[in-house]
Design a protein around this ligand. Structure first.
Ligand SMILES: Cc1cc2nc3c(=O)[nH]c(=O)nc-3n(C[C@H](O)[C@H](O)[C@H](O)COP(=O)(O)OP(=O)(O)OC[C@H]3O[C@@H](n4cnc5c(N)ncnc54)[C@H](O)[C@@H]3O)c2cc1C
Length: 601
């Protein structure tokens, strides 16, 4: 069975030494709650819960899958008990509003816990995973009565939430949805339609499931301007707010899928189910974005957790597995062969995983500071800046970390050789589980359009400038620091190039809109690599300043990882830059009808 230790040393490095989290928390109105003792207790207890409770049921959950019987879904053995422990431990309410039963701690702490959950049992993590977003959507857009009915139960984890968007004929283009909402008694609506691929749509972990459903009102405008949001509980709450009558929403079937077998992915049938409007009529998509943005960060963290899990196990395997001798002679002469960790190519794969795990963690914790300020900061310039950066970085967190997450878990299989392909080692499960993260919550292609089209070009490049200005100031301040020359010089060049590439696409897009779509995924990946380069330069600054401390080995490895990142991963920006500049012509030239096959399909 794979093992896992939460990377607490690295988490503390990023939080305390690099991003000065103690000062960050001290500035937040709710920051007093996040005292050093509380932070330590959460990290240590969270690590224990993930390792001792979730990890042991990860492989068995994958093998067992979920069972649909008589309309009820049974999650794999042990999942319900783990969920009970999670609720009893107060974990779901960590970062929620105290007004609704939350502990009011900063979001960044909940995100660290998420990394540990995703690293040890992604499928289990998907059951509570959407409750926070559902509560958020209701908190921002619900009526007082809806808040009173649902928020505390969702926050405490007594009930779980879902997000019901996708239908058989539409996923990306939600303007096409067919689910209908017809006015019924009082302020209720009768919801009718079929939703597919609904994560945790039905299960036996919690006493009720609160579905947030997109549907169309009679006479609603066509397309995405005519979508409304409804709250549709599995059991209608009674007058005391407890579980009451069964509502007309049922699970029709479970999907048989490539990964996350332990999570129930459901076809949900709404047969005149009672629902209540959340927010204004026809403004459902905007309300749902509250939930989708939280979920997108959550999926990026799934990528990060899986990288860390794959890395830790690959590292220990590479130290144990003996094959061949090192190129420069025997490294372990007392053994029949050297451990494979001596081979440069195995080190290339391990360091790729390590760099993406550490880089991803810095990216998540940097973004989490923005989220903390947006959620808890005082209105004003600092919060506006945080909002801009959060918007810019969310598609990068989601898509970049899941793309490199899939790459890193694949390298995990490669490091294990043929054994990586065999189930019992657990490495192929990580690849299968990682594959979905590039798809749901908006595919990489859709995140890339959001980044380049909506966030960057629609703001005339202003949102990007907020970030590139910060990088520029860092490079300027460190320009004369000899310890950082190898990082700061290439970073400054890339930072300038980022702006130039953006302007180039923007100019071309004025002539031909297809240029945005043609450049977008390469632009997102380029942006991800430059963002991690900035964070690794900051990490290198901290590590070089602390290199003479007692923890020399940690800081030396950190510097080396930064160096590896700059020398072996950052050059990928060259290919992405060239592909961004190559434009749309080769993509759009051949006709959709024949596509050059010479025969009909
Ligand atoms: C296991 C699993 C769990 C899921 N959980 C949920 C859930 O809880 N709730 C929920 O509502 N949905 C859920 N989904 C659905 C998921 O979010 C969608 O599958 C995803 O958004 C893509 O939609 P689609 O499958 O319809 O693909 P399509 O929209 O048909 O896209 C197909 C391809 O076309 C590309 N494409 C489409 N439009 C464009 C465009 N304009 N520009 C460029 N490329 C484009 C896409 O990137 C993709 O590569 C889940 C899916 C799975 C498999």
């Amino acid at each position: 069975m794979p093992s896992y230790q939460a990377p607490l040393r690295d988490m503390r490095f990023v939080m305390d030494e690099m991003l000065d989290y103690p000062a960050h928390y001290a500035r937040l109105p709710s920051g007093d709650e996040a005292s050093p003792d509380v932070v330590s207790a959460i990290l240590e207890e969270g690590a224990r819960f993930a390792r001792d409770v979730l990890l042991p049921i990860n492989q068995s959950g994958d093998a067992e899958g979920c069972l649909l019987e008589g309309g009820e879904v049974k999650a794999p053995n042990g999942f319900k008990e783990a969920y009970q422990q999670y609720v009893e431990g107060g974990w779901p309410s960590l970062a929620a509003d105290p007004e609704h039963g939350g502990q009011g701690l900063p979001h960044s702490l909940a995100m660290l816990l998420s990394e540990m959950i995703c690293a040890t049992n992604l499928a289990w993590g998907m059951y509570p995973g959407l409750s926070h977003g559902a509560a958020d959507a209701l908190r921002h857009h619900g009526t007082d009565e809806q808040k009173a009915t649902y928020l505390t139960k969702l926050v405490e984890g007594v009930w779980t939430g879902t997000m019901c968007l996708t239908e058989p004929h539409c996923g990306t283009d939600l303007g096409l949805i067919k689910t209908r909402a017809v006015p019924a008694d009082g302020d209720a609506y009768a919801i009718t339609g079929t939703k597919i691929f609904i994560s945790a749509g039905e299960h036996n972990l919690a006493e009720n499931i609160v579905h947030l459903v997109l549907a169309k009102l009679p006479g609603a405008p066509e397309g995405s301007k005519g979508i409304s949001l409804f709250v549709v509980p599995k059991f209608l709450p009674d007058a005391q707010g407890n579980v009451g009558e069964r509502n007309g929403v049922t699970c029709g079937s479970l999907e048989h899928k490539m990964g996350i077998h332990g999570n129930a992915t459901c076809v949900m049938n709404f047969d005149g189910a009672t629902g209540y409007l959340v927010g204004a009529p026809n403004k459902g998509l905007a309300c749902m974005f509250t939930m989708m943005n939280a979920a997108r960060l959550g999926v990026g963290i799934q990528g990060l957790g899986l990288i860390e899990a794959s890395f830790q196990n690959s590292l220990s395997y590479a130290r144990d597995r003996l094959q061949m001798r090192g190129l420069s002679g025997k490294q372990a002469p007392e053994k029949p062969a050297d451990p494979i960790i001596v081979h440069p190519d195995v080190r290339r794969m391990l360091l790729t995983q390590k760099a993406f795990a550490e880089g991803g963690r810095m990216l998540v914790l940097y973004t989490a500071q923005m989220l903390d300020v947006v959620e808890h900061g005082e209105p004003g310039e600092e919060r506006e800046r945080a909002e801009t950066l959060l918007g810019l970085l969310t598609p990068i967190v989601k898509a970049f970390l899941t793309e490199v997450g899939f790459e890193s878990t694949n390298e995990g299989v490669q490091i294990y050789g043929g054994h990586g392909f065999i189930k019992e080692w657990g490495m192929e499960q990580l690849v299968r589980d990682a594959r979905i993260t590039r798809l749901y919550e908006g595919t990489t292609g859709i995140q890339a359009l959001d980044l380049l089209g909506r966030k960057v070009l629609m703001s005339q490049g202003e949102s990007l400038k907020v970030f590139t200005k910060e990088i520029h100031q860092f490079c300027k301040a460190e320009a004369d620091n000899p310890a950082l020359k190898e990082f700061v010089e290439p970073l400054a060049k890339l930072n300038a190039e980022w702006g130039e590439l953006t302007m180039g696409v923007g100019m071309k897009a004025m002539q031909d809109r297809e240029e945005v779509g043609a450049a977008s995924v390469d632009y997102l990946m380029y942006s991800g690599y430059v963002t991690l380069a900035y964070l690794f330069a900051r990490a290198a600054k901290q590590a070089s300043a602390s290199i003479e401390s007692d923890d020399k080995a940690f800081y030396a490895a950190k510097l080396n990882t930064a160096r590896f990142y700059y020398q072996r991963l950052l050059p990928r920006t060259r290919a992405h830059a060239q592909m961004i500049q190559s434009g749309a012509s080769s993509l759009m030239a051949i006709s959709s009808e024949d596509f050059g096959l010479g025969f009909e399909i």
